[in-house]
Design a protein around this ligand. Structure first.
Ligand SMILES: NC(=O)c1ccc[n+]([C@@H]2O[C@H](COP(=O)([O-])OP(=O)(O)OC[C@H]3O[C@@H](n4cnc5c(N)ncnc54)[C@H](OP(=O)(O)O)[C@@H]3O)[C@@H](O)[C@H]2O)c1
Length: 288
């Protein structure tokens, strides 16, 4: 029997990378229309019935001004859609439900300025923390016999990632630098390790649980910027002032100026091998 994988948020950056990897492995991969996620559970159910794996990546961009309207979209596109997915799964007869669910989450769940393994309960009490804790909690009523894997994803780096694309030009011109003080942690992960982790979760029995999907190398924002500039053979001298980011993004600027340090203990315990464990190996692959 063929393995079918249904994905929400399939047209996004991670959706494309993860679908591509799963497709290469010969799985039948298809996206779930965004509108369905806000509609009746029966219609979602029709789309996901008999899927082997359901992957949930949908979510409106978080790095935008947190106006009341944008906050509602950021929240609903994760929490409401996940609640609707769970409702749809539950109304399907048990034999037609997805056999496994894998969902994105984010390291933004953790309190900035501290170091966290998966057992940490020290959660971010701000808007982003509320979105991510509620996003994960929306899975609580998933039928217990369906294995659920949740990845708390760090900043994903790759040729097409927003972080790399936004920094490449200023740093190439010698105009970029650390963000704010640069002392804030910079949890990161290579996009290929993200695709490999999702594939591992889809293929491995016993992969259920919560996993920090962040490279094991703990660095600060200033160290990231230095490594980036060094790989490009350019200086990184001009810091990006916190004030400028606040003017651009308002409160959302805290996502760039405050972050947690994150250790991938649970993946290590499963012997998951990061192909790009350090910032140097990551940037060398991306900028080669
Ligand atoms: N990239 C990262 O560094 C990173 C780090 C941590 C966590 N994450 C999380 O991982 C998920 C995927 O990230 P990504 O980088 O692939 O994001 P992305 O490129 O912005 O893609 C997200 C996808 O979600 C869907 N979407 C957008 N607005 C929506 C809305 N209002 N309602 C429902 N669906 C909507 C869209 O797919 P369709 O058009 O196909 O519906 C969109 O392509 C997101 O939830 C993100 O928060 C990403």
């Amino acid at each position: 029997m063929s393995i079918t994988i249904k994905i929400t948020g399939a047209s996004g950056y991670l959706g494309k990378i993860i679908s591509g990897e799963l497709h290469k492995k010969g799985y039948e991969v298809s996206g779930i229309d965004r509108e369905l996620l806000y509609g009746p559970a029966e219609r979602i159910g029709d789309t996901i019935k008999n899927a082997t794996v359901l992957i949930n990546l949908a979510g409106a961009p978080v790095l935008q001004r947190w106006t009341a309207k944008n906050k509602k979209e950021i929240y609903d596109s994760r929490v409401l859609t996940t609640e609707n997915l769970v409702r749809a799964i539950k109304i399907l007869p048990p034999g037609k439900r997805p056999q496994k669910v894998i969902s994105a989450s984010a390291v933004g769940i953790y309190m900035p300025g501290h170091t966290h393994t998966e057992i940490s309960q020290n959660f971010n009490t701000g808007f982003l923390g509320r979105v991510v804790t509620h996003w994960e909690a929306a899975w609580n009523s998933l039928p217990e016999n369906i294995p659920l894997t949740i990845f708390r994803i760090a900043v994903v780096l790759g040729k097409e990632s927003a972080t790399i694309k936004k920094m490449l030009l200023p740093l190439k011109s010698g105009l970029g630098g650390r963000i704010g003080s640069g002392k804030q942690p910079f949890p990161f992960v290579h996009e290929k390790d993200v695709a490999r982790a999702f594939t591992w979760a889809a293929e491995s029995p016993g992969s259920n649980g919560i996993y920090n999907l962040a490279a094991p190398h703990l660095i600060t924002n200033a160290e990231f910027t230095r490594a980036f500039a060094k790989t490009l053979h350019r200086p990184a001298i001009l810091p990006v002032p916190t004030l400028a980011l606040r003017m651009l993004f308002g409160k959302a600027a805290t996502m760039l100026t405050e972050s947690p340090a994150v250790i991938p203990d649970a993946l290590k315990a499963k012997d998951f091998h990061f192909q790009y464990p350090t910032i140097e190996t990551t940037l060398q692959e991306i900028l080669k």
